[in-house]
Design a protein around this ligand. Structure first.
Ligand code: PMP
Length: 354
């Protein structure tokens, strides 16, 4: 840290991204990426011309991609905001709508508390119920920025839409952010409610179900007022927030919806398979509607398990928070990935040494 850093940033506890190892081959089940490549049509979409055109700025209005998404979700282009990954939207939401304070679950996506601290926002982190689920009643009549990941991370738990609607309805004077990074793996999206409630901000991403984490593309669906607020911040920070290549790839991605929905079905199938196998090995697996499972074993320390898997070149995500440090979050990969991971777990639990 230099002596030049602004006082309020000095104590900031920044977000720790999952490991992206460079020391050899790993089965990477630690950052909820898709094990599948983008659709064949997306792989073919970039031309030499697209690369030549990188000399030009991208279209700050992103009108083509916006209108494709608007059509897909039966809303208008003015109800869509596009960003460099959905983290950017969450950041803007805290910046723009957090002045009355914020509230989110204590166990959830780690970036929420970082954004709150970054923007000097007081926040309430509400404990989950004993079964690691969000109790919607904790978020009624709060009159603060409410941020709920649905499904939640890292638990994978999904709340039904009626509970989400109760939260939105009871907080008409504050924005309710529903982070749907994982909704395509078995959840019901809240976006249709944007027609009914002007305080709902649905945040989504191309990073998980659209197999494009590296392209950095996120989007939001909300009332025209909220979208124009986000645009205002974008035009006050980085109007060209989406690069030309990502925009072109994003357009092809929206056109290949069927491919991605098939891949989601496959992830769901492999998730159910993995859950069954883990349970047979004595793991407790929280019910998941996401592309990961959160599991613990009463006979084996969570961190030790993570390290043993890592030594076998299988990466999962372990969190040091004592409330969840007996769990590991395991991204659902291909059937082959999961069989290798399950085989390694079997060896570890049997006490086999490497
Ligand atoms: N929300 C949740 C709940 C996440 O787990 C992630 C991925 N780390 C994000 C948002 C951000 O994803 P991205 O910036 O890649 O769109």
């Amino acid at each position: 840290m230099s002596r030049y850093l602004k006082e309020s940033f000095r104590a900031l506890c920044e977000y720790t991204p999952g490991e992206q190892p460079k020391d050899g081959e790993y089965i990477k089940l630690n950052t909820n990426e898709s094990p599948f490549p983008p659709a064949p049509s997306v792989l073919e979409t970039l031309s030499r011309k697209d690369i030549e055109n990188l000399r030009l700025y991208s279209d700050p209005t992103m009108s083509v991609l916006k209108s494709k998404l608007a059509k897909l979700y039966s809303v208008e282009s003015e109800n869509i905001y596009l960003s460099n990954g959905s983290d950017d939207i969450l950041n803007f939401a805290f910046m723009a709508f957090g002045h009355k304070g914020a509230i989110f679950p204590e166990i959830t996506y780690g970036f929420y508390s970082v954004f709150a601290e970054l923007h000097g926002i007081e926040y309430e982190a509400v404990p989950l119920r004993e079964d690691f689920t969000v109790d919607y009643k904790d978020y009624l009549n709060k009159d603060k920025l409410i941020v709920i990941a649905n499904p939640n991370a890292p638990t994978g738990n999904l709340r039904p839409l009626w509970e989400i609607e109760e939260i939105i309805k009871s907080n008409p004077d504050s924005v309710v952010v529903i982070d749907e990074a994982y909704v395509d793996f078995g959840g019901e999206s809240a976006y249709p409610l944007t027609h009914k409630y002007d305080n709902l901000l649905v945040v989504r991403t191309f990073s998980k179900s659209r197999c494009m984490a590296g392209a950095r593309l996120g989007y939001a669906i909300a009332s025209k007022g909220i979208i124009s607020d986000l645009e205002k911040i974008k035009y006050s920070t980085n109007p060209y927030n989406i690069n030309r290549l990502t925009a072109t790839l994003g357009e092809a991605t929206v056109d290949a919806e069927e491919y991605y929905m098939e891949k989601c079905k496959e992830i769901i199938r492999v998730r159910e398979y993995t859950t069954e196998k883990l349970e047979a090995m004595g793991f407790e697996v929280l019910p998941s509607c996401a592309n990961f499972v959160f599991a613990r074993h009463s006979g084996y320390d969570g961190e030790k398990l993570y390290l043993e898997l890592k030594a076998r070149h299988i990466l999962v995500r372990h969190f040091s928070n004592p409330k969840i440090n007996q769990f590991n979050r395991i991204t659902i990969g291909t059937q082959e990935h999961m069989d290798k991971m399950l085989g390694a777990l079997d060896d570890i639990l049997k006490g086999d040494t490497l």
